[in-house]
Design a protein around this ligand. Structure first.
Ligand SMILES: O=C(CO)[C@@H](O)[C@H](O)COP(=O)(O)O
Length: 208
């Protein structure tokens, strides 16, 4: 939703609601963990009202343990925080699960997937950032493909049920490549909202 027209948030959310996309991805940025500020609870609640789809919330904030419960209570089906943003990832995971949501952990491009080995059996989703978090419209970083393959192997070895989500620079041009590398869920912002027909673009990604 970061690439939606915020002046027409209800219209754009309803458009995604009618589309073949399965989840609605919400990027929350605090201006500290990333050099950009997006939105918080009021906007999240407005999106919640405009769709019945699962809300997939990506927190790009410091001290996520302070807020994960409130995001779950505001209607997030998945709450994902950054591994780099907390000293207590297991505590955050626990808080999210206790609030009734699924827990995800995200890693920035420079963070090795190895840091997740101990926690991958405890989580529902790993979000691999394929751009530096903070802004939409950046180019996909090809090194992410190897990270996805490593993560797929780690998830299989540890018998984790976590899904692999990838975010940043994704379109119908690379979605097949990502799927083949082991991704289960793809996030697309500018490719969808910048397309002449966003719903057809989502279909193209799913078809490819
Ligand atoms: O989390 C982020 C950016 O920090 C992403 O969700 C991007 O906003 C995706 O946008 P595109 O790369 O698809 O334009």
């Amino acid at each position: 939703m970061l690439s939606a027209d915020f002046g027409h948030l209800e219209r754009d959310t309803q458009m995604i609601d009618r589309s073949a996309a399965e989840w609605v991805h919400i990027d929350v940025m605090d201006g500290v963990f990333v050099p950009n500020i997006s939105f918080g609870f009021p906007v999240m609640k407005a999106i919640r009202k405009a769709t019945s789809k699962l809300l997939d919330v990506h927190l790009m904030i410091v001290e996520p343990e302070k807020y994960v419960t409130r995001f779950a209570e505001a209607g997030a089906g998945i709450v994902t925080f950054h591994y780099e943003a907390t000293l207590n990832p297991k505590g955050c995971i626990d808080l999210i699960h206790r609030a009734g949501a699924k827990a995800g952990v995200s890693i920035k491009p420079a963070t090795s997937v190895e840091v997740l080995r101990d926690i991958v059996p405890l989580i529902d989703l790993v979000l691999v950032m394929s751009v530096e978090p903070g802004f939409g419209g950046q180019s996909f970083m090809p090194d992410s493909l190897e990270k996805i393959r490593e993560l797929r192997a780690m998830i299989d070895e540890t018998e984790s049920t976590a899904v692999i989500e990838v975010d940043g620079g994704i379109s119908a041009h690379n979605s097949r490549l990502l799927f083949d590398a082991g991704a289960d869920a793809l996030v697309a912002g500018s490719a969808v909202f910048g397309a002449p027909d966003p719903q057809a673009e989502i279909e193209r990604m799913l078809q490819s």
